[in-house]
Ligand binder design. Structure first.
Ligand SMILES: O=C(O)COP(=O)(O)O
Ligand SMILES: [Mg+2]
Length: 238
């Protein structure tokens, strides 16, 4: 019987786009330390790392707004502006200190490279912090493109940074696989017309990863590389 989707003669996914925080690196310890240092500067008590993890995902402005509004009263614009400056100063000093790679990341990136795929990072973290962090953790050599939260006019869940990454890789969105940990990744990938996988160990703004509209949940980046070759149904590329 003819398969539903004819197999293509090139590799299944010529381009793989990766989220950063909660997908490649566990960055919560440093994000939480910086957020609590900001709170202390502003006369507020520290909050638990697990709570701050639920505030991560939509970029630094939302992290600051959510962290300052933790007690239930939304912070004023002036407070948010002051908090943002304090937070950035602290994160500049703390970035990478207690962050670490998740198991299987390096082996998974190598597996994707061996498949011949071009790789990109698409993160909502600012460029000022992303480059140094990738270098510090020995990840920078794997990627042909890095798109950050302030590279494009809009962040994930908007598809704009994903389209930009595809342009930089020289592929069409339908040729890309997105690998992330949150609703922002899933919605951005779906809006871009990409296949998408989720990792269960990241930060999905406090919601179960099983609720995400993704093609599959995989345990690690190595498992994602296996899925890309074995499990994914063949699709026709534009
Ligand atoms: O900065 C954030 O809010 C999250 O970053 P991410 O897109 O790499 O998960
Ligand atoms: Mg993430």
């Amino acid at each position: 019987m003819r398969p539903l989707y004819p197999a293509c003669d090139t590799m299944q996914f010529p381009g793989i786009l990766f989220d950063l925080d909660g997908t490649l690196l566990d960055t919560i310890p440093d994000l939480a330390d910086a957020a609590n240092a900001m709170r202390q500067d502003m006369g507020l008590a520290p909050i638990a790392e697990e709570i701050i993890a639920t505030y991560v995902g939509k970029g630094v402005e939302q992290l600051v707004i959510r962290t300052l509004g933790h007690e239930g009263t939304p912070a004023s614009v002036d407070m948010v502006m002051r908090g943002l400056a304090r937070y950035q100063d602290h994160y500049r000093a703390l970035n990478g200190q207690r962050s670490h790679l998740y198991p299987g990341v390096i082996a998974g990136l190598q597996a994707f490279r061996e498949q011949g795929a071009r790789l990109a990072v698409v993160t909502n973290k600012g460029a000022e912090f992303t480059g140094p962090l990738l270098r510090q953790k020995g990840l920078d050599g794997y990627f042909d493109a890095v798109v950050c939260g302030d590279t494009c006019e809009r962040k994930k869940p908007d598809p704009m940074p994903l389209f930009h990454a595809c342009d930089l890789l020289g592929i069409s969105p339908s040729q890309a696989l997105f690998i992330g940990d949150s609703i922002n990744d899933a919605l951005a990938a779906r809006a871009a017309g990409m296949r998408v996988l989720a990792l269960p160990y990241g930060y999905n703004e406090g919601r179960p990863v099983q609720t995400l509209p993704v093609d599959a949940i995989v345990d690690s980046i190595v498992a994602a590389a296996r899925w890309a070759t074995d499990a994914a149904p063949q699709t026709e590329h534009a």
